[in-house]
Design a protein around this ligand. Structure first.
Ligand SMILES: Nc1ncnc2c1ncn2[C@@H]1O[C@H](COP(=O)(O)OP(=O)(O)OP(=O)(O)O)[C@@H](O)[C@H]1O
Ligand SMILES: O[C@H]1[C@H](O)[C@@H](O)[C@H](O)[C@@H](O)[C@H]1O
Length: 376
């Protein structure tokens, strides 16, 4: 368990995002519908940038990397002897459970790739194709105050012939001994079966995402559910990444854990409504930032809150926060729809964006406001 040594208010110092960018080919019901920039680091960058949280990215790609312009703010390390990781994802009614093949792999991220002389306020270990080694995570834990880990970076394994993604038990992954130094471990419901949640929550907080049903948080001193936002799912890819980006940003910006989880659900629901990394308008995201500012807990570092109950109780007036996010989402989705129309009529802009996506966007829903603890 991480020890609390500092009782100063948390200051959102620079973050460190570690995980390879990749190329994704998305197939809906057997048909290739888009090629996009992928990798959890790319989805998370969009969220952290939109919320103006400064961070440094460590990511490896090959010279064939097709999205240099889209990642110019957070450039990857281009390894001349390697190639960019490539995934083929299959989803839709034929594949209700997304099927994922790693078609090409890329070099691992080594501890020596991480900066030596810098200390980071927070870290995100967000590998997609087995590129994060135990020693790399160990170094992250030593140079970052608080580390958020996506379990997909730890337990994925790949078939030697077709690259089909499978999983090993977290206990057998080679990372288990590091859990007591991790702040939050995020797993999707499919991945959570590879851990003993009751055992792991004694070591670090576990956040389990449940797709359209929102998420659950399990900490040593409490567990709760957080309600989802309604979305028309176009592509499930990156939902978990955007969830984690929103959740981590919420924690770093000083929200209570249930509020941060709500923010994760918010960004997860925006992600599934678009193909590839979401496009977010900075001015509209300001609404979300203003709401976050209002909800900020003053003066209590989150790791301290973790050991006390207040950070894990449903915070006062969270339904109001939910309602504000619903309103923000309606505006953001309208804007996305509008820019999608513009993008489709302007192939040049599509190229500039460097997202070779075929955009397919959602309609905006009026959402009922459920109770945020998941109870009717
Ligand atoms: N259909 C949906 N409608 C609304 N919200 C969704 C939907 N799907 C996902 N989300 C949001 O995104 C979060 C993460 O989704 P999910 O549990 O599918 O993660 P995941 O399987 O890790 O995603 P991926 O691996 O595709 O990135 C959910 O907790 C929820 O908040
Ligand atoms: O781009 C995506 C994304 O980052 C997902 O989180 C991951 O599940 C896939 O492996 C990847 O192709």
């Amino acid at each position: 368990m991480v020890m609390v040594t500092d009782s100063k208010p948390i200051i959102p110092r620079r973050g460190l995002v570690v995980g390879n960018y990749c190329h994704d080919v998305l197939h809906r019901d057997g048909e290739a519908v888009a090629e996009t920039l992928g990798g959890a680091a790319s989805f998370i960058s969009v969220i952290l940038d939109a919320l103006t949280l400064p961070f440094h990215t460590v990511s490896r790609v090959g010279p064939d990397f097709a999205y240099a312009a889209a990642t110019s703010n957070h450039p990857p390390l281009i390894i001349p002897t390697s190639q960019t990781m490539l995934f083929h994802a299959h989803f839709g009614s034929v594949y209700p459970d997304r099927l994922l093949n790693r078609v090409r792999s890329c070099d691992s991220i080594l501890p020596s790739d991480l900066p030596d002389q810098t200390r980071f306020g927070f870290g995100l270990a967000v590998g997609v194709g087995g590129e994060i080694l135990p020693e790399t995570l160990e170094k992250m834990l030593s140079i970052c105050d608080h580390v958020f880990v996506d379990i997909q970076a730890l337990i994925r394994r790949f078939d030697n012939i077709n690259g089909r993604v499978s999983h090993v038990a977290l206990r057998d992954s080679g990372f288990f001994h590091l859990l007591p130094r991790v702040a939050f471990l995020k797993a999707s419901a499919d991945e959570a079966v590879f851990i003993d949640v009751e055992e792991v929550r004694k070591l670090c907080c576990v956040v389990v995402t449940h797709g359209k049903d929102g998420c659950e948080v399990f900490c040593p001193n409490g567990a709760f559910k957080v309600a989802p936002f309604v979305a028309d799912q176009v592509d499930p890819t990156g939902a978990g990444d955007c969830f984690l980006g929103g959740f981590a940003a919420g924690i770093v910006r000083g929200l209570a854990v249930p509020d941060a989880a709500l923010l994760g659900n918010f960004f997860g629901s925006i992600a599934v409504a678009q193909l590839g990394p979401p496009k977010l308008d900075f001015n509209l995201i300001q609404i979300v930032k203003d709401e976050m500012h209002k909800r900020k807990l003053q003066g209590i570092p989150f790791l301290e809150r973790r050991d006390e109950s207040p950070g894990f109780r449903k915070p006062p007036e969270q339904d109001q926060f939910y309602a504000s996010l619903v309103t923000a989402k309606a505006i953001i989705m309208c804007q996305i729809q509008e820019s999608g129309r513009n993008l489709l009529s302007s192939p040049k802009v599509l190229e500039q964006n460097n997202a070779k996506t075929i955009l397919s966007l959602t309609s905006v829903h009026e959402e009922p406001i459920p109770s945020v603890d998941g109870k009717p």
